[in-house]
Design a protein. Structure first.
Length: 518
């Protein structure tokens, strides 16, 4: 168990690099950027698996060793526990004076009669027994009762460790078979459940693309509600149309924390914003770019940042447009605007213009929401100041240096959807609850032993039992001495023994002095 605890701590430490360094499965563009920015350290970290921690050899080795250690701890303890449960409680020790809890009383009846009734009293009811009880004849008229409780403590401990093994297996299975994809869908458009249609997609080593159910999801409209005073969000609703194989399209909706389930996966509403629809034409009037570009909100009033990349320019350099979208624009000064409301009551698009090589042909993944300015030159006006284009929906402006025109066509909404499939989630919950129940049982169920030794009162006084064998059973009395022992410190041990003696006394009082043993 000590080794298992050390491995569990080592596993937690080994997971730290996965939160410090970008991971290839989740942020490939950041990994590429890190390798570019750190030409000496980056390749070394890549060879050591720091950019794919949870699939690395060393992380898997720690995981497997922890699994083996837990199994090696559970098996021998289970055998020992099973033998203890099936065996008899230990015999009463010869001397009781060294135990932390002691008691004694004298009751009518023979030792055998008292022992039988005391065993029933200490054991408890048939349906809710308190102790496992064993009655022994020690000879010379002396009987003993051994009672033991608390086997559930070790059972809970074993259940806890078995649940940990189950958690390890469930998490490993989930990592092997899971998949997760994120897609940004603009109003009036749809996406299909294929890897190529997701903006980002990650999956376990056991994932097969054929397991994706080929459904299609279209975003019909998006509604948002905000508090009119504080401008805090109240509700977001994505109205969608879901088309599954062999079925008619079904209208549905997705809200925050209210996903829909389809294709064996759940689809969550992860975020939302605005996607300005623009058209870029070159100097000859040819359309070089047309479409809606999502801008990412930066604050509660949806001041949004975005980038429009125009690589397909037939004549002249490539164009990059970088700027902000203000849903409800308010002018603060000559060149400063701000948004005062998240709803699009007076939208304004402000863009800076860059020309040159966008770097899209270099083979290095780029973030679509960032503009790599290393190969670009910002457009300047006649006074040498950066050019900023301001557009409202429906307006068209000329690009600087005769590059063409830019039209702000419309302002649709977009919804960021997150699809998650993990077949192990139910098992993770089950094993987590089992682990909690087992741990609680092992912590709060006391392990206690009680022994009763029953001697004829004459023997206890120094006489011989044979001297009184001709007396009637009604005249005989029995001295009961008792002791209790707990595993570890137990402040309730003496109280437990006192309760047991009270039950013995009550049983003898109810039986009378002339009862017979069973």
């Amino acid at each position: 168990m000590r080794v298992a605890l050390l491995l569990l701590m080592l596993l937690a430490v080994a997971a730290v690099p996965g939160t410090v360094f970008p991971q290839q499965s989740q942020q490939p563009e950041q990994v590429a950027t890190y390798l570019t920015d750190h030409p000496d350290l980056g390749p070394l970290l890549q060879r050591l698996g720091f950019f794919d921690v949870y699939a690395s050899i060393w992380f898997s080795a720690i995981y497997l060793l922890l699994f083996v250690s837990l199994v090696g701890c559970i098996l021998p303890r289970s055998r020992t526990h099973l033998r203890a449960v099936r065996g008899r409680p230990p015999r009463a020790p010869r001397r009781f004076d060294r135990f932390p809890a002691k008691a004694s009383l004298e009751v009518p009846g023979t030792p055998e009669q008292v022992a039988r009734r005391a065993a029933d009293a200490v054991r408890g009811s048939r349906w809710l027994p308190r102790f496992r009880v064993d009655v022994r004849d020690e000879g010379r008229g002396v009987w003993s009762v051994a009672a033991e409780r608390g086997y559930l403590r070790e059972t809970g401990n074993l259940v806890f460790h078995l649940a940990l093994v189950g958690l390890l297996v469930a998490v490993a299975t989930g990592q092997l078979l899971h998949y997760r994809g994120q897609a940004i869908v603009v109003e009036g458009r749809a996406f299909a459940n294929t890897q190529t249609d997701y903006d980002t997609f990650e999956a376990g080593a056991g994932f097969s693309a054929s397991s994706l159910v080929p459904f299609a999801l279209g975003l019909d409209s998006f509604e948002s509600e905000f508090d009119p005073v504080t401008l805090q969000s109240r509700d977001f609703t994505a109205h969608i149309t879901l088309t599954e194989p062999g079925q008619d399209p079904v209208a549905s909706q997705i809200k925050v924390n209210q996903p829909i389930e389809t294709g064996g996966a759940k689809i969550y509403l992860q975020g939302n914003g605005y996607a300005p629809q623009v058209t870029v034409r070159d100097a000859d009037g040819n359309v070089t770019f047309a479409g809606a570009v999502p801008f990412i909100p930066q604050d509660t009033v949806y001041t949004s940042q975005g980038v429009i990349k125009v690589p397909d320019v037939t004549s002249g350099p490539q164009i990059g447009l970088q700027g902000v979208l203000l849903p409800t624009a308010e002018q603060v000064s000559d060149q400063i605007w701000r948004s005062v409301d998240p709803q699009p009551t007076a939208p304004l698009l402000a863009l800076a213009v860059w020309t040159g090589d966008l770097g899209l042909d270099d083979g290095i993944p780029q973030n679509v929401y960032q503009l790599d300015q290393s190969g670009l030159t910002q457009a300047l006006d006649a006074d040498g100041r950066p050019v900023t284009l301001y557009l409202a929906p429906g307006e068209t402006v000329d690009l600087p240096d005769g590059l063409g025109t830019l039209t702000f066509d419309a302002l649709p909404r977009f919804a960021a959807l997150d699809l998650r499939h993990d077949p192990s989630l139910t098992w993770v919950l089950v094993f987590a609850l089992l682990a909690f129940a087992g741990l609680a049982t092992s912590l709060f169920v006391p392990r206690r032993r009680i022994w009763l030794r029953l001697r004829p009162a004459e023997v206890a006084a120094g006489d011989s039992a044979e001297d009184h064998q001709d007396e009637g059973p009604g005249s005989r009395r029995t001295v009961v001495t008792a002791a209790a022992l707990a595993r570890g410190d137990d402040v309730g041990l003496q109280a437990e023994l006192d309760r047991a003696m009270d039950r013995v006394r009550a049983a003898e009082s109810g039986a009378g002095t002339g009862g017979t043993g069973r």
